[in-house]
Design a protein around this ligand. Sequence first.
Ligand code: SF4
Length: 485
Amino acid sequence: MASSAIACSTPFIKKEDVGLSAFSSQSSFSMRNATKSVSRKIVSVMAPQQSERKPATTGSVKTAMTMTEKILARSSEKPHLSPGENVWVNVDVLMTHDVCGPGSIGIFKKEFGQNAKVWDREKLVIIPDHYIFTTDERANRNVDILRDFCMEQNIKYFYDIKDLGDFKANPDYKGVCHIALAQEGHCRPGEVLLGTDSHTCTAGAFGQFATGIGNTDAGFVLGTGKLLLKVPPTLRFVMDGEMPDYLLAKDLILQIIGEISMSGATYKAMEFVGSTVESLTMEERMTLCNMVVEAGGKNGVVPADSTTYKYLEDKTSIPYEAVYSDEQARFLSEYRFDISKLEPLVAKPHSPDNRALARECKDVKIDRVYIGSCTGGKTEDFLAAAKVFLASGGKKVKVPTFLVPATQKVWMDVYSLPVPGSGGKTCSQIFEEAGCDTPASPSCGACLGGPRDTYARMNEPQASYTYFLLEHKLTDHGKNRSFMK
Ligand code: SF4
């Protein structure tokens, strides 16, 4: 992405340059690792800024807490919580999809009885999205199981698809669950959202506690509405500075994961604050939180603000109450970044922390390009891609370029929203002129591999390939983690 136009970055620096002694003694980093990995992007590590803080809304709390601790305290009806405590949490929303839903339902029925009812028919959200546009009978059967269960339980929020030949004939159908949850108003500040998918952390963008759980846990939540959770300690990431227009939130999170490593936030909350974060749109905040799990994070969270409230205005009428970290809240570590100096980044195979500058990879051969997924298939991701084509001055793609909008709404935006600076052209027009494939039906597409007839699935080995704006894989979930921006 226009990497050649970007100024040079700086090499790694010594510990005295960044005040590493200020790292908390509880930090999981060894000094050796920290010295190796900290770059000039961290300009200092210091106490949280206090001028921008908003008042706590959990009035009964006497001891300072982070916003993650506060959300869990409120949902477990405790006045105070500390990291490491195990608490029974009341779940506000449980999401499941066609891959994990049938298994979760099976566990629920086995443990609670064939005639058991879910704890709350209005708090369960079921979104078929993974293996949808396929003739694979087992994949189709998974969606049928969801449909039967939703009818049996009178589930309020089931985003069904029956006509696989034309997704537009299914007005209820949405697409990728994490984006659909936000677009349909299921992400609300201060709440607890659990989902049978590791990227459920995406919803932390709304100032809520959101994390992925397994089928067994989901089966238990279906029957009780509760789950035993350990309170995570919080890492705080302060990002300040004006973000150059050639960067996206994907660059920010790749920078962070490159700094702290794939295990750097294992079972920790990642709280994102600072003027750069405040300037991000909701979709960009979702990208930021989406990838905390790539660093092992339990959840990611962005304090709700006017951007959040504006986004939610026409999406939910359910009352919610945001919470914010107290001024004296304890963070395990705090990292500061000057985003104005950041360059476009990529994550090279086979790990999201294998960070490199995009311009360092200009000689890497690319076999195919895939724009899609919950990380990179949102409206703003397609607008960004269209702007790259515009800036190229009419160049054609040289490799197959696949486009998979995350949801039905994104698909419509791709076909209807004018791209700024294009004279009124839509993304779809620009993509067509550049020789890209026609935008596919919205779903996870080839992100999780899927059955062999999945659109854009890579069914034969290729020497090298890339995912544009995507952090996942085309054949094997977790195996072909070939990461490019
Ligand atoms: S788009 Fe990919 S990462 Fe996101 S939920 Fe679907 S399979 Fe998982």
